[in-house]
Design a protein around this ligand. Structure first.
Ligand SMILES: Nc1ncnc2c1ncn2[C@@H]1O[C@H](COP(=O)(O)OP(=O)(O)OP(=O)(O)O)[C@@H](O)[C@H]1O
Ligand SMILES: [Mg+2]
Length: 388
């Protein structure tokens, strides 16, 4: 949407003043954006509202960049991205920083802190320089699909207020002998010339050419170019690489990364936070939150986000139905995700489900809560539980 980044900045500045009337207007704007189908912009405002809720002590500090690592020409909207010389296909997409308050995805406490401290390193180059140390300049993020890896890279770039040069390695790979290595070299040359973060997404794609026995010479050339390019860039700028298949990476490439971060599937506490982020405006009671968290064991953050949209659609069209019915419908149409045992139980008869939940956590799934969840009386629930 045109001019949205200005609207966003206005909202951020206004919300910082803690003025309830202003906040109300931002909420109205967010609601009408949502109603008019501008979902992306509505989510950005919802996040701004949520961050301003948490109070200033939790807001990411304004970062100022300094030092040699981010020197170079400035990228602007008109800078053409590097291209494959044979096909003219772009080798990277440039993403300009938008919102310095972009949150990191919800991660466990320790991991969140570790990432925050990396961002602090990259934004305090002068202080580090005084100690004669450099920040880590290459970081490999790996983990299962949908766990928020790309979102981490975007949040880091936004916080450092730097453009991201995003290369999808599968796009760089060419069937012409020698071209892949040249594409990689061109990409790094471009990134080194400008103030930016180089993001190598789907990084394992380079390893895939290895499957072809005719390509032994080619893969050697590609890996060597990549190693040399990574080494040279370490002195110039920040490189982030992302993969879902870290085991496919060449050992020498793996070792090049000073920081390697594994992003796990979210644990119970993180799942509850992710659910609380994506389910509104649907309001969940504590027991419903507990149930969704139990049902989504083994889900990624992206899976939970998709599920929330599914459940909201169902509840919007069937407002008279129980919340449980929405979850059942979701499970029936999204087989094979997460803990199979939990999916089976949600579809089984209510007595069995109630007993399983009570066994799982008698505090969250106590008789009163189960009664509200199943729309029954407490004595009925007590009878169900006794039948065990
Ligand atoms: N931990 C999380 N907290 C909040 N939202 C999350 C989390 N993980 C994923 N998401 C949501 O899922 C979306 C997709 O995540 P993202 O693309 O960053 O995952 P990924 O790990 O890069 O996946 P892939 O390996 O498939 O590329 C995010 O934009 C975000 O909306
Ligand atoms: Mg990704």
């Amino acid at each position: 949407m045109e001019h949205f980044s200005i609207i966003q900045s206005l909202c951020r500045i206004g919300l910082g003043a803690n003025e309830p009337a202003f906040r109300r207007q931002v909420e109205r704007l967010q609601e009408s954006l949502l109603a008019s189908g501008a979902e992306k912009e509505a989510v950005v405002l919802a996040r701004l509202l949520a961050t301003s809720d948490k109070g200033s002590e939790l807001r990411p500090s304004k970062l100022s960049l300094s030092g040699g690592m981010f020197r170079g020409e400035r990228l602007n909207e008109k800078t053409p991205p590097p291209v494959d010389k044979e096909t003219g296909a772009p080798l990277a997409e440039i993403r300009f920083p938008m919102d310095a308050d972009t949150p990191l995805p919800i991660l466990g406490f320790e991991l969140q802190k570790a990432l925050e401290s990396l961002v602090m390193e990259w934004s305090n180059l002068d202080a580090l320089g005084a100690m004669e140390v450099h920040p880590a300049t290459s970081c490999l993020v790996y983990g299962l699909p949908g766990t928020g890896k790309t979102q981490i890279a975007i949040a880091i770039a936004n916080r450092l207020n730097l453009p991201l040069v995003i290369a999808r390695l599968d796009g760089l790979i060419s069937s012409f002998l020698g071209t892949t290595a040249r594409n990689i070299a061109n990409l790094f040359h471009f990134a080194n010339r400008y103030q930016c973060i180089l993001l190598l997404d789907e990084f394992d794609a380079v390893a895939k050419i290895r499957d072809d026995p005719h390509e032994v010479g080619e893969i050697k050339r590609v890996v060597n170019t990549l190693l040399q390019s990574l080494d040279a860039r370490a002195r110039i700028g920040l490189t982030l690489a992302i993969t879902n298949h870290e085991n496919l990476l060449d050992k020498a490439i793996w070792r090049r990364f000073e920081v390697r971060i594994f992003i796990p599937l979210p644990e119970t506490q993180s799942r509850e936070k992710i659910i609380s982020q994506y389910f509104p405006p649907l309001r969940l009671s504590d027991v419903q939150l507990g149930l969704v968290s139990w049902l989504t064991e083994g889900f990624s953050g992206a899976d939970i986000e998709t599920m929330s949209r599914n459940v909201k659609r169902y509840m919007a069209l069937n407002p008279q139905e129980e919340f449980l019915a929405a979850l059942r419908s979701y499970v029936l149409t999204n087989a094979g995700q997460g803990a199979r045992e939990h999916q089976k139980l949600i579809l089984s008869d209510q007595h069995e489900l109630a007993r399983a939940l009570y066994k799982e956590d008698a505090r969250v799934f106590n008789q009163a809560n189960l009664a509200s969840l199943f729309g029954k009386t407490q004595p009925t629930i007590a009878r169900w539980l006794k039948a065990d």
